[in-house]
Design a protein around this ligand. Sequence first.
Ligand SMILES: NC(=O)c1ccc[n+]([C@@H]2O[C@H](COP(=O)([O-])OP(=O)(O)OC[C@H]3O[C@@H](n4cnc5c(N)ncnc54)[C@H](O)[C@@H]3O)[C@@H](O)[C@H]2O)c1
Ligand SMILES: C[C@@H](CO)CCC[C@@H](C)[C@H]1CC[C@H]2[C@@H]3[C@H](O)C=C4C[C@@H](O)CC[C@]4(C)[C@H]3CC[C@]12C
Length: 369
Amino acid sequence: MADSAQAQKLVYLVTGGCGFLGEHVVRMLLQREPRLRELRIFDLQLGPWLEELKTGPVQVTAIQGDVTQAHEVIAAVAGAHVVIHAAGLVDVFGRASPETIHEVNVQGTKNVIEACVQTGTQFLVYTSSMEVVGPNVKGHPFYRGNEDTPYEAVHRHPYPHSKALAEQLVLKANGRKVRGGLPLVTCALRPTGIYGEGHQIMRDIYYQGLRLGGRLFRAIPASVEHGRVYVGNVAWMHVLVARELEQRAALMGGQVYFCYDKSPYKSYEDFNMEFLGPCGLRLVGTRPLLPYWLLMLLAALNALLQWLLRPLLLYAPLLNPYTLAVANTTFTVSTNKAQRHFGYEPLFSWEDSRTRTIRWVQAMDGSAQ
Ligand SMILES: NC(=O)c1ccc[n+]([C@@H]2O[C@H](COP(=O)([O-])OP(=O)(O)OC[C@H]3O[C@@H](n4cnc5c(N)ncnc54)[C@H](O)[C@@H]3O)[C@@H](O)[C@H]2O)c1
Ligand SMILES: C[C@@H](CO)CCC[C@@H](C)[C@H]1CC[C@H]2[C@@H]3[C@H](O)C=C4C[C@@H](O)CC[C@]4(C)[C@H]3CC[C@]12C
């Protein structure tokens, strides 16, 4: 696929191409995949920024569509060489119903797989999540583990449950014959908590800090490590995997890869301060200001309020029993599988990732809180 006869011949489809990660994948493909002829961007909601991409040498096709609608997915996939399936309903705050999360993340992924099989698309990259592994409901730490580290993955929350089911479907589909008789080659990328330009939760926490007079209050012990990875490096991994999947099908087909880079191991809150600190926020306390049992009580109260208020309004604060458990359980990865299998090295150093993220936070309108 890499020889010059193939120059500018390839058609890629990115589902969820207008989301936080999807936009970075789209821009990275346009910058770093010279063999691209057409880039299709499929999303429920199309971003206005797509317009500026349409003037370049690659044909950019924006498709407004829903992954739960099989016929829309088939139409978008037909004729594509590679599908990067990043669309998903990312909800750990109780905004969407468990049924909707399942429909988008599981049925949507089934539709993408079946569309590849029916139309003859041979290469499928799935954006999975660290959450398919853990943290589990028992709060077991996963300390700098890799893809082979034994861990009891038990999910009760609809989001990780749906991501785990979808990942299994994708991996099981590896080797299925697609239209024309060739085998489908699939693999799954598992980012830890992604950060960088466009990260909505970082934006929310920044505005929360501004509302609190430039302060955030430590809730989680500094010793709890939470895995984070820069969005540009996650996008780069997607581009590389997509590129290498044909040449290294036997090695990479049916495999999972954690997404990693040189971001430091820190607690969720301390890590955020790497960016929010230079933007004027301060994290108050060297230890959690509230005892853990009280935080759990508050989280449970939030869950109760969400349930009580549901007929009237959507109450979905950051703190709930699930987010507290995730933030309070060590989950970090240390692996070089992506480097060994397809030569991945992070494109952005930690210093670059940090600077880019700080610039993005600084550019936010402080009055928009
Ligand atoms: N943000 C993280 O920290 C993180 C970490 C690990 C994995 N992931 C995974 O990465 C992927 C992208 O996440 P993100 O953080 O960019 O989220 P996001 O919400 O910003 O992007 C998801 C995109 O999918 C689209 N989408 C949702 N439902 C759709 C549907 N029915 N049909 C078509 N498009 C639909 C949305 O409109 C959105 O543009 C997801 O699959 C998520 O599970 C995210
Ligand atoms: C207890 C609060 C005090 O400051 C902090 C709450 C923070 C939580 C809202 C976030 C802590 C960890 C985050 C998750 C993690 O980074 C990985 C994820 C995987 C991905 O697939 C989806 C997003 C997320 C679940 C992410 C969501 C927000 C946190 C729970």
